[in-house]
Design a protein around this ligand. Structure first.
Ligand code: ATP
Ligand code: MG
Length: 575
């Protein structure tokens, strides 16, 4: 079970510990209730960590519930994706449920509301209903159908279920108060007619329950104690409580007999809804609809494009579950809406990768360096530590030969002020090898530098007499003979501006895509990097953190994705 040490106090932790201390609840039961109309994104990670985390740290349990009351946009593909992503993030549900498991119960409960005289079938169209609803400053008006008899309502509702009416012709509504200050209490819809095939129940139902009705009853049916949701549902809480109280599942086992018969353990509760603020990250959008548009418009390479902040995108990019959980713990939980700087997230991932990613050598923009005082055919291996701060990572043998690739940027013919690496006649240390001096700069006909000819000071080699001789710079390298060519995908932030979906500048979020967000180069990596299994994370020394692509990487055809650079390069850009 994965959860970060819980040190930060917050109001939900507080409420839960009080409820346990007072004996209000003996166990905590939470749920994470995504709608399977897309893949999960970084915002959902907050809800996942919170729901699963609060249960786990109090010895309780958490359900995964697919909130599938909206057929049409919901797909089995997304159901599977959500399950995979929650597991990947490190959490295990005690029960997997679907809101659609409860359709029969919801139906019975609706008949109960009709029988109690607190629900009626309305014939108003959606547009008329909006008109009758009033505004924040004006009360609504009663529908002309509001006073139908219980018998007539029951008859009409049964015929709605039998499929006798067309989409939108009739609606079942709660009879509450058309003058309520809270608009959600103005006779909200309970059931609508929609003749659409459902991803779980097929064509069984021509009517579907509304979210506000289905959600609270699902919570109650599952015995949820604390129903944690985001702030936009605060105004829905009175309705949440109204439905739970009116239906009173706890005291009406007849309603949920179908679940018992289907073998679904059921002990209804009176759940308490608690709202918290959404996770917002700068440089990000966290709306499934907008993320879906990026995919559908071909602006990214699918839901798992490593630039996407979907959990599968982050995974492919090399972000770690622990790094994501650390972010969520660090941003905390409150009722205050805020925007978290994206660099905080990158910092959390760097922290995790710095501790856990073995080091490797890779050259992304290769320039050949020939050591002229070694025999041309010289080759050997040098032992290098896999982690500079953690000996338990052990060491590996890195092949070295008389020709190596270095980073083109580590040589400057006309060095800028303060340049510490290689220059004509200058010296630099090759990591783990010794000090080389640049004797000759070879250019092609276009005048471009294509090779450096250097001498290696043998006294600076391991075991030599001048191993501690000082030079300003140390650079990394890859043996030209042994290095494996690799496709290296240099990813960067998907959006170039902190608030991509702020449209006040007249631009859409699509227009804010960072043109530099993906650059592909061919570099060289040491064999120990190329041989790694898909989805292995490394630090390429001096470059950043990389992961072997979980789809495309093969030892013979290595493909690496850059997860994050070693340092925050956006701070300087004003990001
Ligand atoms: P979207 O707007 O992306 O469609 P949603 O809220 O409609 O998100 P759901 O699938 O209904 O998506 O969300 C499942 C759970 O995740 C809900 O409890 C929701 O409140 C929570 N959630 C969604 N986005 C965030 C976010 N940015 N921060 C915290 N929780 C979130
Ligand atoms: Mg939703």
């Amino acid at each position: 079970m994965a959860s970060e040490p819980s040190v930060v106090q917050h109001f939900i932790r507080q409420i839960i510990s009080e409820d346990l201390a007072s004996g209000k609840h003996s166990t905590i039961h939470t749920r994470f209730p995504p709608e399977p109309n897309g893949y999960l994104h970084i915002g959902h990670a907050k809800a996942i960590c919170l729901n699963f985390g609060m249960a786990a740290e109090n010895g309780g349990v958490c359900n995964l519930r697919l909130d599938d009351t909206n057929p049409g946009k919901e797909l089995p593909e997304f159901v599977q994706g959500i399950k995979d992503d929650v597991h990947w993030l490190g959490f295990e549900w005690v029960e997997l449920r679907h809101a659609s498991d409860y359709f029969e119960v919801f139906y019975r409960a609706a008949e109960k509301l009709i029988a109690k005289g607190v629900a009626y079938v309305d014939d108003l169209s959606a547009e008329q209903m909006r008109e009758y609803r009033g505004t924040l400053t004006e009360p609504g008006r009663n529908s002309p159908h509001r006073e139908r008899s219980i018998e007539e309502n029951l008859d009409l509702f049964r015929r709605m279920r039998a499929g006798e009416f067309g989409d939108g012709e009739k609606t079942l509504r709660a009879k509450i108060d058309m003058a309520a200050g809270n608009m959600n209490m103005r006779d909200p819809a309970i059931y609508r007619i929609r003749k659409v095939t459902h991803q779980n129940t097929g064509d069984t139902w021509p009517i579907y329950p509304m979210y506000d009705y289905a959600h609270c009853l699902s919570d109650a049916l599952e015995g949820i104690t604390h129903s944690l949701c985001t702030l936009e549902f605060e105004d829905h809480r009175p309705l949440y409580d109204w439905f739970v109280d009116q239906v009173d599942l706890k005291n009406d086992p007849e309603l949920w007999r179908p679940l018992v018969e289907a073998g679904l353990p059921t002990t209804p509760s009176k759940p308490r809804q608690i709202e918290f603020s959404r996770l917002n990250l700068s440089f990000n959008i966290t709306s499934k609809r907008k993320l879906a548009a990026l995919v559908n418009e071909g602006l990214v390479d699918g839901w798992d494009d490593p630039r996407m902040n979907t959990l599968r995108g982050l995974r492919r990019r090399g972000f770690t579950p622990a790094g994501i959980r650390l972010l969520i713990e660090r941003v905390g939980v409150s009722k205050q809406n805020s925007i978290i700087d994206y660099s905080v997230f990158e910092g959390c991932v760097r922290e995790d990768l710095d501790a856990h990613a073995p080091r490797r050598l890779a050259v992304l923009e290769p320039l050949k360096l020939t050591i002229t005082n070694l025999p041309a055919e010289h080759e050997e291996t040098v032992a290098m530590p896999n982690h500079p701060k953690d000996e338990s990572f052990g060491q590996r043998e890195v092949p070295f030969a008389s020709q190596v690739w270095i980073e083109a940027g580590d040589f400057a013919e006309v060095p800028p002020k303060g340049f510490k690496r290689l220059r004509p006649e200058g010296e630099v240390r090759l990591r783990g090898i010794g000090i080389v001096k640049c004797e000759d700069v070879i250019k092609n006909e276009a005048g471009e530098v294509i090779e450096l000819r250097c001498t290696l000071d043998p006294e600076t080699r391991p075991g030599g007499n001048a191993t501690d001789r000082k030079v300003k710079g140390t650079i990394h390298w890859v043996s030209a003979k042994h290095g494996v060519p690799a496709e290296i995908r240099l990813y960067d932030r998907l959006f170039a501006v902190p608030a991509p979906d702020d449209e006040s500048d007249g631009k859409t979020y699509q227009e804010h895509i960072n043109p530099e967000s993906k650059r592909v180069v061919t570099g060289y990596v040491e064999p120990a990097a190329a041989e790694a299994a898909p989805e292995t994370r490394f630090q390429f020394e001096r470059q950043g953190y990389f992961v072997t692509d979980r789809i495309d990487h093969q030892a013979e055809r290595p493909v690496f994705n850059r997860t994050v650079t070693l340092r925050d390069v956006w701070a300087r850009k004003g990001g």
